[in-house]
Design a protein around this ligand. Sequence first.
Ligand SMILES: Cc1ncc(C[n+]2csc(CCOP(=O)(O)OP(=O)(O)O)c2C)c(N)n1
Ligand code: SF4
Ligand code: SF4
Length: 471
Amino acid sequence: MKAAPNELPTKPANGEGGKQGLLFHIQVSALDCVGCGVCSAICPAKCLTMRPLEEVAPKEAANWQYCFNKVPARDTIYPTDTARGSQFSQPLFEFCGCCGGCGEAPYIKLLTQLFGDRMIAACASGCNVAYSFALGSNPYCTNAEGRGPASAHSLFEDTAEFGFGIARTRRIRREAYCENVKKAIAESKVSGELATELQKWVDVFDDAKACEVARRHVTPLLEAAQKENASVQALYNDRDLLTKTSLWCIGGDGWSCDIDFGGLDHVLYANEKMNIIVLDTEVYSNTGGQKSKSTPMGSVHKFEAAGKGNKKKDLGQIFMNMGNVYVASVCLYANEMQTLKAMLEAEAYPGPAVVLAYSPCLEHGIEGAGPGWVIRLNLLLTLATGLFIVSILFLQRKVRILFRSMVLAVLRFLSLSSSLMRIVSSVLFVRIILVLSFCINSFRRMLTLVWRSSLLQLVLLSLPKRSKKME
Ligand SMILES: Cc1ncc(C[n+]2csc(CCOP(=O)(O)OP(=O)(O)O)c2C)c(N)n1
Ligand code: SF4
Ligand code: SF4
């Protein structure tokens, strides 16, 4: 901290980090910030405030350079399978070209924090390709060891097949590599420490984390022994197969529900281990917000100006029916932990896995609203609609009668228990009836008043205007 160019506001780290005497500081790269305000709005302690760029840029740019280049990653202090711990892992997806406040990109960032150094991303045409590959730079990056996601994009109509091809080829090549390792050990083509470490790798072949530990031991030994014979040379040349990769097909709802739905259905049935993440913005975001089959009923979008007439396609139900597919539906902005768990479970599942990730998007047209606001607004609207419907129903005679008989039944039940209860329940009963009839009567009176005043207005409007003569 003494080497920092400016004084950095810090707090003692919580938990294990605190025990180690570490300090906590959030550093924003001011020159890369697009000013969406999401971080500031979502911060529970209101630590982040939006300031004009020219005011903060010189100081914050220097702070960023210091934090980014000089402070080492602290990714082993907290468990990475918690919301907090995962955020101390280095993201291997940075400064993509998405809109400010995009709901899609944080899912990809989180995936790279969990599996980045062994991840393969097969990306479908859509916003994720536009903000990852269309610019002169690529946001998929590497860690200090030079390891990071391998990423490529295919066509809109075949990304599931593209990912499937990578997954199957990789599995077959890796299984063959494992056989070659076993053969080399059996035929004494490898010996000593190298043979021991290779055997350890064979023993943990299906465990990604243990494979990573074994890979770190095996690689320098293979490098040193590569010239010994052709078998070791071949094992060294294909050493990338020591890693158990995590393949993710990344695409939108237009890709998964409409354009490549057939391909997706086909590869999921093939039962190859692969992961799919559907960044569900409920519209074709990249081309301007046209409806997809994932658009909910009633939603107004391009080509559905009067509101979509049929319901949202339920990919979850469809894929769950297959029986062999892991399916999860998540929203990072509603439940971080559930999203994290779903991603970890999907990756750990031995067969195909699909994570349906609800993603707020600027194409939803809610001005000035970040993902947190979208959800709060949705909740508010749902609550208001619910209350409206209940109040309408309440006024209907049948519901009133039902409600009264329910109250009566409850009170009768209570009155059985004691005489005091009987008195309390009778008083309560009378009060409830009085309050209810008062509410209903006032509502009726209000309606009558509105009705009468509108009638009066009609009469007044229909009267001839006073002419100048009369004046
Ligand atoms: C066969 C084909 N049709 C149309 C397009 C044009 N196109 C590219 S991306 C896209 C929309 C993608 O929507 P979605 O899959 O929902 O992803 P999002 O942009 O919402 O993330 C369209 C129509 C294309 N590339 N290929
Ligand atoms: S969340 Fe938005 S406001 Fe916050 S640093 Fe990132 S781009 Fe800037
Ligand atoms: S259009 Fe929507 S999904 Fe695409 S980058 Fe912008 S906010 Fe993200």
